[in-house]
Design a protein around this ligand. Structure first.
Ligand SMILES: Cc1ncc(COP(=O)(O)O)c(C=O)c1O
Length: 384
């Protein structure tokens, strides 16, 4: 039986192959420094863990409403009001098992076959994969390191066709670690309002912005979907909890998809999510300070060993460095660094053609390991 064209069209996430090889090397006794994956090394804050334990004890182990617990939908709405001053009601919130399933709800309720979504190149690869899987067409627009990987509004406007349904944005961004400025959000919101497309804003790295205040797309336009979750800022990747904030007319369609495909997010995890939003903001800022210290070490250290970081990364926990001084082939280079230097990094090509020649370094690991990794790379680059 042939495998479906739809499944064949999904590109592998190459960094996961790097992860597999890094684990193989580690199992054979090699000490590998793992800078390839965006998974916080810091533990989930205690207050959140206690809340989950208590919820389990309390018997919160069954299904919840498909849209999510009312208390969590209300907490998300209150969080957006307190953080950004935006009034997105609890009835616009759909709770999901992570931000990833929220992408299915978003694109599944927005796209008909052939509909287009503008994405940046490079970008988080799940976006184009989800869009294509659902019969849509991702339309990549190249963004440049020396411009902080920000869209040029005139290029976005020129890419809009009668089939365009949305412009996908992600700030702070994976893999780039850069952030959009308020004027970028304003310009994109104006394009959305003029042309009738939506902005789909992945805000999962909010809380991990080091130079100022997070800004939500909802401060600029209502023609927007927000994707967000607890994985990164709350160090909860394995808990699987996220949400979408959608324009009201998309909530029922998303609910139907959720009812059929996922039923609901985990009950006790949703209870803990309420506590994350209401009681763990101090933990989030403590973790942000830890990441910031690492960022301040890593960026100059990478520049010193010959990599180019054209724009200072100011968010998430990534540095996307131009490694063309070492090699134009990011996949080949990442395997060489793994085998020869014992350092695992993500190849830029994973994130689109615009990422070729770059390497993504994750600093979701201790300062000691980061520093040892840089020393190994220094040794490798001087002997290679
Ligand atoms: C930009 C971006 N969006 C979404 C996700 C997935 O998040 P979740 O764990 O909430 O599914 C990631 C994970 O790396 C990410 O980098």
């Amino acid at each position: 039986m042939p495998v479906s064209r739809r499944a064949q069209a999904i590109r592998p996430f190459m960094v996961m192959d790097v992860v597999a090889r890094a684990k193989e090397l580690a199992a054979s006794g090699r000490d590998v420094i793992r800078l390839e994956i965006g998974d916080p090394d810091l533990p989930t804050p205690d207050v959140i863990k206690r809340a989950a334990e208590e919820a389990m004890e309390h018997g919160d182990t069954g299904y919840t409403q498909s849209l999510g617990l009312p208390s969590l939908r209300e907490a998300v709405s209150a969080h957006y009001l307190a953080t950004y001053g935006v009034d997105a009601g609890p009835d616009q919130v759909v709770v999901t098992q992570g931000t990833s399933p929220a992408m299915l709800l978003l694109f599944g309720s927005l796209l008909d076959p052939g509909d287009e979504v503008i994405v940046s190149d490079p970008c988080y690869p799940a976006y184009p994969n989800y869009i294509s899987f659902l019969g849509g067409v991702p339309v990549p627009i190249r963004v440049r390191a020396e411009e902080g990987f920000r869209f040029r509004p005139e290029e976005v406007r020129a890419a809009i066709t009668p089939r365009t349904r949305a412009i996908m944005i992600n700030s702070p961004a994976n893999p780039m670690g850069t952030t959009l400025e308020p004027q970028d959000l304003e310009a994109l919101a104006a394009i959305a309002e003029e042309t009738g497309v939506y902005i789909a804003s992945d805000e999962i790295y909010h809380g991990l912005y080091f130079e100022g205040k997070d800004r939500s797309i909802l401060e600029f336009t209502d023609r927007a979907f927000v994707l967000n979750g607890f994985s990164k800022a709350y160090a909860m990747t394995g808990w699987r909890l996220g949400y979408m904030i959608a324009p009201p007319e998309f909530v029922r369609p998303a609910e139907k998809i959720q009812q059929n495909f996922f039923l609901c997010a985990n009950h006790f995890v949703q209870v803990a999510g309420v506590v994350a939003l209401t009681e763990a903001q101090g933990d989030v800022s403590r973790m942000r300070d830890v990441y910031d210290k690492r960022r301040r070490f890593l960026v100059p250290a990478l520049r010193e060993i010959g990599l180019v970081v054209a724009t200072e990364p100011t968010g998430a926990f990534y540095v996307f460095a131009d490694a063309r001084n070492w090699s134009e082939d990011s996949l080949g280079l990442s395997y060489r660094l793994l085998e020869e230097a014992g350092v695992a990094v993500a190849p830029g090509i994973d994130f689109g053609r615009g990422g070729e020649g770059f390497l993504r370094f994750s600093y979701a690991t201790s300062l000691e390991r980061l520093s040892a990794g840089v020393e190994r790379l220094r040794g490798w680059s001087t002997s290679a």
